[in-house]
Design a binder for this molecule. Structure first.
Ligand code: NDP
Length: 310
């Protein structure tokens, strides 16, 4: 068993920013990265909207910067998952890593983020890593000069489609409604790219293929008309779900699984437990807002420790 002052769970912009602030405040934070160190930005192409990077930066480069800044002030970063927590003792919260290491800490900052959602259609799971992907940046390279499909109507789907259009001969974008949710600038980029074909009111019903993706069956949900597209890559970009299941027994979660915090604060219903980033934010979900709430969580934790006499 190890006693610390501040445990941070998660390593996206929220977790690393909390670590920078907590470390500079002398809390000697221990940060568990989780299974995808760097979080969702590790599977993002250009980040053009993070202030301070006027020429853009790739997600992985940005997260490397965040990590090095957290380390510079003495954050103890561990490439492991926290798999269980126990918040029953209000004075000292307990957490266990996947290797069974037990940690006791008066403050816990939750920055576990969110993960990609899947459609749940036949063939999707079976052909993952064999043509089915949730990350164009990671896997687009494998579909050079081939025809692919992307599902979704948000900024992620728009970004993935334009990225793939530079590599692939043709991109089919399947949008389930007659409009996209994506921001206007991203929609314009999609509509101005000649080798992206948008299929409105269209859903994927099945991913076809034995060992690898050989096509998809689609249906127009207005006319009921079915057809097949001869794609070799199938990219799912339909949003995310928060990684909060290990906190379900202890904290209030909303109907989508996001941690409920006090409005305008990072406090949860358990004293000393704070939540930041996408794990508690279903509205903004930006790197910069995640970093902002990570800062807030560290300041809240620092003040809580002072109040508790640490
Ligand atoms: P969103 O939740 O914004 O969009 C999800 C999209 O997937 C919607 O169009 C939705 O359709 C569609 N969808 C959901 N479920 C299904 C389904 N079962 N079948 C078919 N379609 C489905 O998620 P994103 O990941 O796109 O974006 C998340 C956040 O990240 C947003 O705030 C976005 O602005 C931001 N972002 C910003 C970027 C940038 O600025 N460069 C890049 C990427 C993301 P419907 O609209 O009908 O609900």
């Amino acid at each position: 068993m190890e006693k610390i002052k501040c445990l941070i769970i998660g390593s996206g912009p929220a977790g690393y920013t909390a670590a920078i602030y907590a470390a500079r405040a002398g809390l000697k934070p221990v940060l568990y990265t989780g299974s995808q160190p760097g979080g969702q930005l590790m599977i993002t192409t250009e980040v053009e909207n993070y202030p301070g990077y006027p020429d853009g930066r790739t997600g992985p480069e940005m997260m490397d910067d965040f990590r090095r800044q957290a380390e510079r002030f003495g954050t103890d970063i561990r490439n492991e998952m926290i798999v269980r927590v126990d918040f029953s003792d209000p004075a000292l919260h307990r957490a266990w890593s996947e290797s069974g290491h037990e940690i006791h800490s008066p403050t816990v900052i939750i920055a576990t983020g969110a993960s990609a959602k899947w459609l749940g259609i036949p063939g999707e799971e079976r052909l993952q890593n064999a043509g089915v992907s949730a990350c164009a940046v990671c896997d687009g390279f494998f579909f050079r000069n081939q025809e692919v499909a992307v599902v979704g109507g948000g900024d992620t789907a728009a970004e993935e489609s334009t990225y793939l259009a530079k590599i692939c001969t043709k991109v089919h974008l399947l949008v389930r409604r007659d409009e996209m949710r994506a921001s206007k600038i991203m929609q314009q980029r999609v509509l101005n790219t000649p080798n992206i074909q948008v299929h409105w009111n269209t859903e994927a019903e099945e991913v076809l293929g034995d060992q690898v993706v050989e096509g998809i069956r689609i249906v127009n949900n207005k006319t009921g008309e079915r057809s097949e597209l001869p794609v070799t890559g199938f990219f799912v970009a339909i949003g995310h779900q928060p990684n909060t299941s290990i906190f379900r027994d202890w904290l209030d979660l909303d109907e989508s699984g996001y941690i409920v915090t006090t409005p305008g604060r990072t406090t949860t219903k358990i004293p000393g437990v704070f939540a930041c980033g996408d794990a508690q934010d279903k509205i903004y979900r930006q790197a910069v807002t995640a970093a902002g709430t990570g800062c807030m969580a560290a300041l809240d934790a620092e003040r809580y420790l002072v109040q508790q006499g640490y």
